[in-house]
Design a protein around this ligand. Structure first.
Ligand code: ATP
Length: 854
């Protein structure tokens, strides 16, 4: 790269729209264009010396996206300079990671031979595309977040039916499902947050990548445009082709065993995904685990706004982990455990047996503090088995990866020994680890040095005493090097020149140097090679012979070491399936030991799970607020919901209380306790009996959805409609204000009708927080409604928040009081009180039961 390219030139072209005569381009530019034609939808980064460069429009795009200097390079004698930008080769991963995160595909066109070789033969150095990186197909550690999955998804839709497959190629997980409601597809995609979604299409720009936010007309509205889509030809998603590809890949006779034999759309999606991997991964095989079929009804459904409102993975305020549920309960000590906890939180269970199995393990780990502590201590020493074995299988693991993986495999027997007396399911799963995994680990550690270099072809990987041929060659090399090292001493003695030196330079290798004044003392077998001002340099035939031997021996040695390493890697790759299976069990025990730890630390209880509708929480707490406030500062509150026969055990709670008294906090606390219980965790409460919920719905203070141009009120109404249309008696609904974004009477009327509908028609378990005290009247009209309030104490100069939820409705609002405390002028406050008195005098609302339908 020229100096200007690195530092930038003031005259660099900003845009270049000249039609180019291809034949007039320099040979390198012609090759670049050829590569670009093969990957029209990727940005091509082309290796030139120590830089990866790109030209023409790609250069403009990259310079803008990475804020790099756009400069120029000679495109050919008659062409002149063309746009160029570049990044240093050692920093490639960092730049590529940023581009991929922005939704670009990148083709890396690297040099595949030594530049010196090409130079010697006076030809252009050979280059090839060695990697095609897209957002969903990353495996390099530096480009992935350790504690979250990187999913590639594939979607096939036929009318209302759809098939979805997704894989994390860094860990090998591969799943598929089929269902029929397109809204459910949107929800599933929102849960997975895939980095890239493959979409079969007839659109003309096949192979194109739609970057997040690129609103496209041909993207149906059930596919959220916050994701990155790869447009793929329909043919790869044909049923027969997809089925064959799956059968071949997993070497099975039928798809029966994978549970998807009859799910054509699921198969088509999965087959299309496999084809994409073949296309993008080139020589690197992606070792996926056998495809697993799941059904959406296996899990509690959380829609995106509920995930957001309950702040499960990130806070609403600033989108950070800090302050989320995950932040409050994550005590995992491995990256695998971290990813698993995240998945569990997004896929709470419906199956009581599954939940109890997790609870039993947590209970056992709570009872046995020694086991818990030892286990967590040991788990800390485990590397990321899933991702390491993924790289081993793909053939991209280096020697260090192999050492880490082997090191972890060797710890498996200690782990299994430790959990030998365990009685619960998840501990039992680790009692029998395949002995051959540990043997393999030891075999690898016996061969590889303790901390091998990153480069694989520069030697230094394999220990001595392992491979006779390697040892023999090393010894020979050492002898030659020793001879060389002694040469200075022997030649000084032989010539009598005490300042004779042996040196090395790139042009003619090893030489013997004498001061010019002593040149006459050079023996006969010295051949003069170079004359400098003060010295003469010589070679001897023996020196040259040894030198050639040393150099070839080094090359041979490096090659042999690489071959031994590749064999070890292949041996490890063969055990990929077993490693990943054990990795899963390790990840699960890490999550459960972490949940046991938090249960002890924060004094959680084991909820009793039932199949009826009862939700009884005694002295429940909000897991995040309690952690932020510190133990004992949080005021616990109880909840009873779900038996519609008496008022003290209602289906619907109307919750009133002044601003900032703790209504939202209480609402979320109930949602989070239910969610934690359904991932199998203990919960922050004195005791709890919780019936399984099929869905948790939340509606919490709306924000204007400026992106879609919807007003606060419309967002609120859409969300409410969604709840009323999908909730069942098995659902838990948490409503924080409805109808505030419109005129008071409109709002009140809608809130009333919604509450009534939920209590009478759906009979879902609901907590409805509101400032409309009029809703308290519902309690006397419907026997499954109860009023609760968050209490405050009025002091002369302020309101004291007690944060206690007690039966009964708040008899008055404290809005005007809040205004006074906020410093509204006293004239305004006095007038407000007057107005309120008048309104209360004139509007006695008596709504009563709904009138019968005409
Ligand atoms: N049970 C509790 N124990 C201790 N502190 C609490 C409790 N509940 C709420 N708080 C504190 O009170 C603050 C206000 O609570 P919250 O936001 O739930 O009030 P709110 O009644 O929903 O207010 P608004 O009606 O204005 O939305 C919380 O940030 C929290 O710090």
């Amino acid at each position: 790269m020229s100096e200007t390219a690195k530092t930038g030139s003031k005259n660099a072209p900003q845009r270049d729209y000249r039609p180019l005569d291809r034949d007039k381009l320099s040979p390198m530019m012609q090759h670049y264009i050829e590569v670009k034609e093969q990957y029209p939808n990727a940005l091509v980064l082309y290796r030139c010396g120590d830089f990866f460069e790109c030209f023409f429009q790609d250069a403009v795009t990259i310079s803008q996206e990475l804020e790099l200097v756009l400069t120029s390079k000679e495109g050919g004698k008659e062409i002149g300079r063309v746009c160029m930008t570049g990044v240093p080769h050692h920093a490639l991963d960092r730049y590529v990671a940023t581009l991929v995160e922005k939704g670009y595909a990148i083709a890396i066109c690297d040099q595949v031979e030594e530049a010196s070789q090409a130079a010697a033969e006076r030809r252009m150095v050979e280059r090839q595309v060695t990697r095609l990186l897209t957002p969903g197909t990353l495996t390099d550690d530096g480009m992935l977040a350790a504690r979250r999955n990187n999913f590639l998804a594939s979607v096939v839709v036929a009318k209302e039916h759809w098939g979805l497959a997704y894989a994390d190629i860094s860990t090998g997980e591969f799943y598929t499902t089929q269902s029929q409601d397109l809204e459910a597809l949107t929800l599933e995609l929102m849960r997975l947050q895939p980095s890239e979604i493959l979409l079969p299409t007839d659109a003309p720009d096949l192979g194109g990548l739609l970057r997040p936010g690129e609103a496209r007309q041909d993207l149906p509205n059930y596919l959220p445009d916050c994701f990155c889509y790869s447009l793929r030809p329909q043919q790869y998603f044909r049923a027969s082709e997809a089925q064959n590809r799956l059968i071949e890949t997993f070497n099975v006779k039928s798809l029966e065993g994978m549970g998807c034999a009859d799910l054509t759309l699921a198969i088509r999606a999965a087959g299309g995904l496999l084809e994409y991997l073949e296309d993008t991964q080139k020589a690197n095989q992606v070792p996926l685990q056998p495809l697993r079929t799941y059904t959406l009804t296996d899990y509690l459904i959380l829609d995106p706004q509920t995930r957001r409102n309950l702040e499960i993975l990130q806070t609403v305020r600033d989108g950070t982990l800090n302050g989320s549920l995950l932040w409050a309960i994550d005590q995992t000590v491995t990256a695998m455990g971290g990813r698993a906890l995240r998945r569990w939180l997004l896929q709470p269970l419906l199956d009581i047996k599954g939940i109890r199995a997790r609870q039993d393990t947590i209970q056992e780990l709570i009872n046995n503090a020694y086991l818990r502590n030892e286990l967590r201590q040991l788990l800390r020493q485990f590397y990321d088995l899933e991702r390491l074995s993924g790289r081993v299988g793909a053939g991209t693991a280096n020697a260090r990866d192999l050492v880490y993986l082997a090191d972890s495999l060797c710890r498996l027997s200690v782990l299994s020994e430790l959990v030998q007396k365990g009685k619960s399911l998840y501990l039992k799963a680790l009692q029998k680890v395949p002995p051959e995994l540990e043997q393999l680990g030891q075999h690898i550690l016996r061969h590889l040095v303790e901390s091998p270099p990153q480069h694989l072809k520069e030697g230094g990987l394999i220990r001595d005493g392992i491979h006779p041929l390697l040892d023999e060659r090393r010894q020979q090399l050492e002898l030659d090097q020793q001879w060389l090292a002694n040469l200075e001493v022997t030649e000084r003695e032989r010539t009598g020149v005490s300042n004779l030196k042996v040196g090395y330079n790139k042009t003619f290798g090893y030489y013997i140097s004498l001061p010019r004044a002593k040149a006459a003392q050079a023996p006969d077998n010295y051949t003069r090679k170079q004359t400098l001002t003060n010295e003469e340099r010589y070679i001897t035939s023996e020196l040259k012979e040894r030198e050639t031997r040393i150099l070839t021996a080094k090359d041979d040695l490096h090659q042999l070491e690489y071959e031994i390493f590749s064999e070890l890697r292949a041996e490890m790759a063969e055990k990929g399936q077993e490693i990943r299976q054990i990795a899963k069990a390790v990840a699960a025990i890490d999550v459960l030991a972490g949940l046991a730890e938090i249960a002890v630390e924060q004094n959680y209880c084991c909820p009793m799970m039932t199949e009826n509708r009862e939700i009884t929480i005694r002295d429940g707490r909000h897991p995040v607020v309690e952690k932020a406030l510190g133990l004992n500062f949080f005021v616990p509150n109880s909840t009873t919901l779900g038996s519609g026969t008496q008022n003290n055990h209602p289906d619907l709670i109307i919750l009133t209380g002044p601003n900032a008294s703790g209504k939202s906090c209480y609402l979320r606390q109930v949602g989070l306790i239910q969610l934690l219980a359904q991932i199998g965790s203990f919960v922050p409460a004195e005791s709890a009996t919780l019936a399984i919920c099929d869905r948790i719905f939340t509606r919490v203070g709306a924000v204007d959805d400026l992106a879609t141009g919807q007003s606060t009120f419309m967002v609120e109404m859409n969300e409410t409609a969604n709840i009323l249309n999908h909730a069942t008696p098995q659902s838990l609904i948490l409503l924080d204000e409805i109808g505030r974004g419109t005129a008071t009477f409109d709002g009140l009327s809608i809130a009333w009708a919604v509450a009534e509908y939920l209590a009478t028609e759906i009979q879902a378990r609901t907590i409805f927080a509101t400032h409309y005290h009029e809703l308290n009247e519902l309690e006397s009209l419907l026997n499954n409604v109860a009023n609760y309030q968050v209490t405050v104490k009025e002091l002369p100069d302020r309101i004291l928040f007690l944060h206690q939820v007690r039966p009964g409705g708040a008899d008055r609002s404290y809005g005007i009081e809040a205004g006074r405390l906020a410093g509204l002028p006293s004239v305004v406050i006095d007038r407000a009180r007057q107005v309120m008195g008048e309104i209360e005098k004139h509007s006695k609302i008596a709504i009563g039961q709904p009138s019968p339908k005409p």
